[in-house]
Each structure stands twice: as structure tokens, then as C-alpha cells.
Design a binder for this molecule. Structure first.
Ligand SMILES: Cc1ncc(COP(=O)(O)O)c(C=O)c1O
Length: 410
């Protein structure tokens, strides 16, 4: 990236966790140009070629039986759609019950629209807009570094996952529609699901007839070192949400993908599945053309493999920094967080200092992110989420900039 004065930066955030295939991909531009010339627009109340092709392409990348796609324009809309789908589906699957509650985690982020914001577990983002949508409950995230159950243990005991079952039981399973979770909490401070966590969530949901929504808006399309974040656990979600890396942000596009079982719950006697929701721009032909060209690049270059490889190298180099300011380094593929603390008691670096840190790293030529508005007093995580094309030399460049700036902190 170059700013208005011509300074060069390495974008270690891929914009906002989204330019997965990297900038300057002429192939995507050409595909979009050709699409606009051929068919500028047609609504998905009917259908059109690019949407049908992209839905099929997406389904082909997912496990068998997870491939019913509803297109929208953004991650927030994809989540909003998933929540609406889950509520309707749960009522249809359990006639006579009123399942509407959704359980989410503190620190999780799911979007800015009222439903998605209600699922979001970041108080500062919610406060100014409350009261939000009724029926959303939040539990502790898997944060082993600061966990009140198990941070004294060597590893996560999954007590945080079991808490979800306790909440379902206390609320009454017949009132709970869904659990929503990111495989790695992203904007909230980078918390990868610990080993066994998503499997435990899946088992809990199955036990109580609750749908599992996996929000892959950040983790989808190679970010975590696998094509999709849920693949680390080998579970089958009921509903998936995508945006960002679906087009690598060359154009806006969101997608909500459901299993055949969810789809069938909407089927009437005539065999038609009616999920009553219309979006004028959702699944726009140009966005779908961008999505198709993007997935072609992503799969041709197998960028999730570089994400795992170079992400592993980057995290190793960051760990070698051994700065007293770094409390914990967490991550998965090219999605990494550095929790910055001032002492051995894990006191978070104050936000004003974090802003300064981020600015100084930028002045050293690297654009990094940080969590903000996620938990009062804990906006102390530096975030790295570079394009999946990152080279080792570029990883070294990121580490060097962070090292220089941390060394200056006193
Ligand atoms: C996990 C997750 N879900 C949903 C969203 C909302 O996506 P959008 O900003 O495209 O509306 C985001 C945005 O960062 C996200 O990180």
C-alpha cells in the first residue's frame, strides 16, 4: 500500500481481514468487467448464471450435504440471515416449541445490524444501541490466558464449552434455537477454539436439538491454514456464514450456507423451500463473478497451505522476540494476536498506548490491527491478518517492525 505522500506499507491486515488473495489481481478485475458487459444485473428472486455457478463452486468446497446458499452483501447480512434462518428452522424442526434464543460468546463479533450486533459479545459496541434484539445470551470465550476456570491448568479443560450446555439447560432447551461461534474469535482479540472445543459444542447442540452456526466471515477461505476454520475440528456445522475472503473484498458479497437438513425444514408440500427474504443487491452478478475468479486463484495456488506454512513461521519468529511486553501470542495460520501487557500480573497495556504502538508500527512501514471496543479495559491485542500470499521475507519485515517498536516501549 502507498499513502497519499507515497510512503510504502506492508499491509499486515489484508485491509480488514479480507484481501486474502492479495492486491492487484488483474484476473478478478477482468472477470468483473466481462460480467458487467454481459449482464449488469438480475435479481435473485429469479436466478442468474454467476450466482448459480458460485453457489455450486462453494458447495463443492464444503462437505457433502452442506451446500444450500443464500447470497447477501456483507458479513453482517450473512449472519443476520443465519439467525433468521435458525429461528424459523428451529420452530419448524420442533413443532409446538418456541425456540428463539441464541447463545454466543463474549468478545465474539458477528456484525453491525441489529440481530448480528445482538449476537456480538462486545459490550462497548452494543451499549449505544440497546435495547437490542431479545433472546441473545453470552457466555465466556475460550481465553485460556485469562480463564477463570482453567488458566492455572496447563491446557483448556473445556469448562467454557460446558458452560454453554449449562446455559441451555437453565434456559430450557425448548427455548434455544442456536449457538453461534467463530472458529477463531477474530476482531475480539484472536482466540482460536482450543482442541476439542468445537467438537464439544457440536455434541452439546446435538444433545439438545440446537443448531450450530459457524461464523466463517474472517476464518473462511484459507485464513487459518485450512480452507475453512471448522475443518480444524472436523465437525459439521448446520449453518455457515461467509463474506470477506469469498471475493477477497474485490467486491462486496456475503453468503449463508445451510445443510440439506436445514433446507428441507423449509420445504413445503410442493417441494419448494421458502425462506422469505429478498435482497436486491445480494448475490450481484459482478460480485459473484469476482467470487468465482477469487476462488479460482485461491484453489489454484492452494493459498491455505501458504497460510499454514508462513503463518507457522511468522508465529515462531514472533515467539522468539521474547519481549516482556508480550503476554501471549495466539493464532492459527495467518491470523495472529499479540496480547500486550505491562507486567507479570497480565495488566493490559492501556488503550492510548496501544494506539501509539499501532501508529509507530505503521511509521516503521507495517500496517497492523488491534482489537478495539471489544471489552472495556482489554483493548490490548495487536492483530496480524496479512494476505495469504505472504512470503517469509515479508513475515520477517513484520517481525522487524514490531521488534523495533516494542524495544522502544519503556
Ligand atoms: C466474524 C465476523 N462476522 C461478521 C462480520 C461482519 O461482516 P461485515 O463487516 O462484512 O458486515 C465480521 C466483520 O468483521 C466478522 O469478523
Amino acid at each position: 500500500m502507498f499513502d497519499a505522500e507515497g510512503h510504502r506499507y506492508l499491509d499486515a491486515m489484508a485491509g480488514l481481514f479480507c484481501v486474502n488473495v492479495g492486491y492487484g489481481r488483474r484476473e478478478i478485475v477482468d472477470a468483473v468487467t466481462a460480467q458487467m458487459a454481459q449482464l449488469a444485473y438480475y435479481p435473485l428472486t429469479q436466478s442468474h448464471g454467476p450466482a448459480a455457478k458460485l453457489a455450486a463452486r462453494l458447495a463443492g468446497l464444503l462437505p457433502e450435504g452442506i451446500g444450500r446458499v443464500f447470497f447477501s452483501n456483507s458479513g453482517s447480512e450473512a449472519v443476520e440471515t443465519a439467525l433468521k434462518m435458525a429461528r424459523q428452522c428451529a420452530r419448524r424442526m420442533h413443532p409446538g416449541q418456541n425456540r428463539y434464543k441464541v447463545i454466543a460468546r463474549h468478545r465474539g463479533y458477528h456484525g453491525f445490524t441489529m440481530g448480528a450486533l445482538s449476537a456480538t459479545g462486545q459490550t462497548p459496541r452494543r451499549q449505544g444501541f440497546e435495547p437490542l434484539v431479545p433472546g441473545f445470551l453470552h457466555v465466556a470465550p475460550p481465553d485460556h490466558y485469562r480463564c477463570s476456570w482453567c488458566s492455572a491448568e496447563p491446557g483448556c479443560t473445556l469448562a467454557c464449552a460446558d458452560e454453554i450446555e449449562r446455559v441451555i439447560r437453565m434456559e430450557g432447551p425448548e427455548t434455544v434455537a442456536a449457538v453461534i461461534a467463530e472458529p477463531v474469535i477474530g476482531g475480539g482479540g484472536i482466540f482460536p477454539a482450543p482442541e476439542g472445543y468445537l467438537e464439544r459444542l457440536r455434541a452439546i447442540c446435538d444433545r439438545h436439538g440446537v443448531l450450530l452456526i459457524i461464523d466463517e466471515v474472517i476464518t473462511g477461505f484459507g485464513r487459518t491454514g485450512k480452507l475453512f476454520g471448522f475443518e480444524h475440528a472436523g465437525i459439521r456445522p448446520d449453518i455457515l456464514t461467509f463474506a470477506k475472503g469469498l471475493t477477497s473484498a474485490y467486491l462486496p458479497l456475503g453468503a449463508t450456507v445451510a445443510t440439506s437438513r436445514v433446507f428441507e425444514a423449509f420445504q413445503g408440500d410442493d417441494g419448494d423451500a421458502k425462506f422469505a427474504q429478498v435482497s436486491t443487491f445480494g448475490g450481484h452478478p459482478s460480485s459473484c463473478a469476482a467470487g468465482l475468479a477469487n476462488l479460482e486463484i485461491l484453489t489454484r495456488e492452494r493459498l491455505w497451505e501458504n497460510s499454514a506454512r508462513t503463518g507457522g513461521y511468522l508465529i515462531e519468529r514472533l515467539r522468539a522476540l521474547q519481549s516482556r511486553w508480550i503476554g501471549e501470542i495466539r493464532g492459527c495460520g495467518l491470523l495472529i494476536g499479540l496480547e500486550i501487557v505491562t507486567d507479570a500480573k497480565k495488566t493490559p497495556l492501556p488503550e492510548a498506548e496501544m494506539v501509539r504502538l499501532q501508529r509507530e508500527i505503521r511509521e516503521a512501514g507495517v500496517l497492523v490491527g488491534r482489537n478495539n471496543d471489544s471489552l472495556p479495559g482489554f483493548c490490548n491485542v495487536l492483530i496480524l491478518s496479512p494476505p495469504l500470499t505472504l512470503t517469509r521475507d515479508q513475515a520477517d519485515e513484520i517481525v522487524a517492525a514490531i521488534r523495533t517498536v516494542l524495544a522502544r516501549l519503556s
